[in-house]
Design a protein around this ligand. Structure first.
Ligand code: MG
Length: 314
């Protein structure tokens, strides 16, 4: 027989409940080679919500030239109607033009995407870190005036493929400036998946010294080196309760030849279920959603839990 749910043994070192910030529809699909039609994306988001995911990042209003996978952002939101709006349906906006499009689409929440390093800021945003923060300032200001919830991502928080190690003080300084703009939540991203446990603790402490408390922090770990879940547990034990993950582990690693990138939501839900931590997610319903999306993409899920529970998908 196979076990389709873990034996529950509550772990008193973890919080009783976490909020999963589901990134599969945006971060996941943005980094897949296959371009998925708008109606499939809308159906994916509906299925994720039906599986119990409360916070779902839906799409990105980045220039379609740079991210053709999400060129249909407005169409996806039109298809979703009210299901794609509100404070729990953020969209990524790279700049004021993206914000204009997001406001036109009637969104209730946005996310900006900063960098901890100069090299990635230059490559991803064509700006220095300082220039990128100047660019984000009016985006956040106008979003807040419009009553939107605002999240700030920072990428390359634990290492940069061009610069190597990234000092935690440097990440904390960028984080402080982004949060001073008026963002509600900070997501610290391990874009290349190289973080390890002590590093996570040190960064969370450095952010605490900048008065960015764990209640405003989400963690975004990648599984490229198999560390995403252990790093997540470290952050939860430090008091973080918001975790980014991607259904089925969609997305791969954007800066490495690896099928494994984003922490898979299934792997996170399995670990939380066993530890008695509430997520609100129905694992079977999520598994069938990921199997369906894997079929759309024509590739098996890299998630260990998906593979263990859906052998036929391989
Ligand atoms: Mg990611």
């Amino acid at each position: 027989m196979s076990m389709r749910t873990p034996q529950v043994e509550p772990d008193p070192t973890l919080p009783p409940e976490i909020t999963i910030y589901e990134v599969g529809a945006r971060d996941g699909l943005q980094n897949e080679k296959t371009v998925v039609p708008a109606d499939v994306k809308a159906e994916f988001i509906r299925r994720l919500a039906a599986a119990g995911l409360v916070t779902i990042e839906t799409t990105s209003f980045v220039n379609p030239q740079w991210v053709p996978q999400l060129a249909d952002a407005a169409e996806v939101l039109t298809l979703l109607g009210d299901e794609g709006r509100g404070p729990r349906r953020p969209v990524l906006v790279p700049n004021e033009r993206g914000l204009d499009r997001a406001l036109e689409a009637g969104v209730g929440a946005v996310a900006i995407f900063g960098s901890a390093t100069e090299t990635f800021a230059r490559k991803n945003l064509n700006r220095t870190v300082d220039e990128s923060i100047d660019m984000f300032a009016p985006v956040v200001e106008r979003a807040r005036e419009a009553g939107l919830w605002v999240r700030a991502y920072i990428s390359m928080c634990f290492g940069d493929p061009w610069e190597g190690p990234v000092p935690v003080e440097q990440v904390a300084r960028v984080a402080e400036r982004l949060m001073e703009l008026g963002c509600d939540q900070l997501s610290i991203g391990d874009t290349i998946g190289v973080a390890t446990s002590g590093h996570v603790t040190r960064l969370l402490e450095a952010l605490g010294h900048k008065q960015i408390g764990v209640e405003r922090i989400g963690v975004h770990f990648h599984d490229t080196y198999g560390q995403a879940l252990s790093n997540t547990l470290v952050a939860l034990r430090h008091g973080v309760t918001v975790v980014d993950s991607s259904a089925g582990g969609l997305g791969g690693c954007p800066y490495a030849e690896s099928a494994t990138g984003n922490l898979a939501t299934e792997d996170l839900v399995w670990a939380m279920t066993g530890a008695g931590v509430r997520t609100g997610v129905d694992l079977e319903s999520l598994l069938s959603t990921s199997a369906w999306m894997a079929a759309q993409l024509g590739r098996p899920s890299p998630s260990a839990v998906v593979r263990a529970l859906t052998p036929a998908a391989d």
